[in-house]
Ligand binder design. Structure first.
Ligand code: NAI
Length: 343
């Protein structure tokens, strides 16, 4: 437990692309409410490569090991080659097994009002283990591309249990396990098998149901209100959480937390947005909402509530919105409005 006056060391990674712009915005807002974090600024991603020729410098890893807490801007990952995703490496290095992605309507009057659901994505296994190789066919060294995934019984159990515990603590009613056990009978069948066992332990307290991932995607669009807490495997969770972000205004509004036994890393769901980097128009709200989750993680619900209320006030007012939210405000305009609203 933290007290109001206690400072909390935390690692801050500005990241790539729009990362530094939105991180600056968020730290200014955190400062305005007197958040307890004392930042240890570290590098990762292309910024790490440029500075010290390492996408995940040792100092960054040591910092997170020391603080057990990080706020991270998005990191650029080269597509189809280059270094392995730093996000994936961080999750593996610190055993950040649970990826928590809440989706809540903040902007009223959208296509979907009153959305309030939480998606838990298994973060360490599945196809994101990325055990891939090519098999040559004739003259073509890349004739066949092969990828293997794995799910362990222990990890399936841990993530589903984490989702049920969250449901209990946060007065949620239903947990839905999402799988593809009709086709990937072993890989996601094990997830479902273990999930059903965990669900049995919560019988009478938390309702449980199960959905096949493709049907779930459709139902999330047709009737998202039927969902409360969703728990699923790595790849499905990655895709479905972008879908759920789309229900409430897109990636600019979607925060995420990666939680392990000894460390937690908070970030926006979106990437480094190279198409708008440096233009000063990035929406900082997803990272700000991640910072709100971080405040709740360290039991500073008072400050989290204040920022939540400030976001709601500014966004509902509607005059200061970035381009992705249909407005023409800059990052700085929105930051100024938010600082005023939370002060
Ligand atoms: P992206 O999320 O960076 O961008 C997708 C679209 O959403 C773009 O049009 C972008 O301008 C817009 N967008 C994203 N965040 C926004 C914001 N805060 N405000 C306004 N508009 C925003 O996805 P993309 O382009 O596929 O990936 C770019 C890079 O980011 C890649 O290298 C990818 O690997 C990396 N990435 C990193 C993540 C992380 O660090 N957690 C997560 C996802 C992607």
């Amino acid at each position: 437990m933290t007290t109001d006056s206690k400072t909390i060391p935390a690692t801050l990674i500005a990241g790539d692309g729009i990362g530094p712009e939105i991180v600056e915005s968020v730290t200014e807002i955190l400062d305005t409410v007197g958040a307890p974090f004392v930042w240890d600024r570290q590098l990762a991603g292309m910024a790490g490569v440029d500075a010290v020729n390492d996408p995940l410098p040792k100092q960054t890893i040591e910092s997170i090991r020391r603080t057990g807490l990080a706020l991270k801007g998005p990191l650029t990952t080269p597509v189809g080659g280059g270094f392995k995703s730093i996000n994936v490496t961080l999750r593996q290095e610190f055993g950040l097994f649970a990826n928590l992605r809440p989706t809540k309507t903040i902007i009223p009057g959208g296509r979907f009002d009153d959305i309030d659901l939480v998606l838990f994505r298994e973060n360490l296994e599945g196809y994101y283990a990325a055990m891939e190789h090519y098999i040559p066919v004739g003259d073509d060294p890349k004739g066949i591309a092969l990828s293997s995934g794995f799910n362990s019984r222990a990890e399936c159990r841990r993530i589903v249990k984490f989702a049920f515990e969250y449901a209990v603590k946060n007065n949620r009613k239903t947990v839905t396990i999402v799988h593809k056990a009709n086709i990937l009978k072993l890989l996601t069948g094990l997830f479902l098998e273990e999930g059903r066992k965990v669900a049995e332990e919560y019988k009478g307290r938390i309702e449980f149901n199960e959905r096949i991932v493709d049907a779930c995607a459709m139902q999330l669009v047709i009737n998202p209100w039927q969902f409360d807490v969703i728990v699923t495997t790595n790849l499905f969770g990655d895709i479905l959480s972008d879908l759920t972000a789309g229900l409430v205004g897109g990636l600019g509004m979607a925060p995420g937390a990666n939680i392990g036994e000894k460390a937690a890393v908070f970030e926006a769901v979106h990437g480094s947005a190279p198409d708008i980097a440096g233009k000063g128009i990035a929406n900082p709200l997803a990272l700000l909402l991640a910072a709100v989750m971080m405040l709740r993680h360290v039991n500073r619900n008072d400050l989290a509530d204040r920022i939540d209320a400030g976001i709601k006030k500014v966004i509902t007012n509607g005059t200061v919105r970035t381009k992705d939210l249909g407005g023409n405000a800059t990052t700085k305009d929105l930051t100024a409005a938010l600082k005023q609203a939370v002060a």
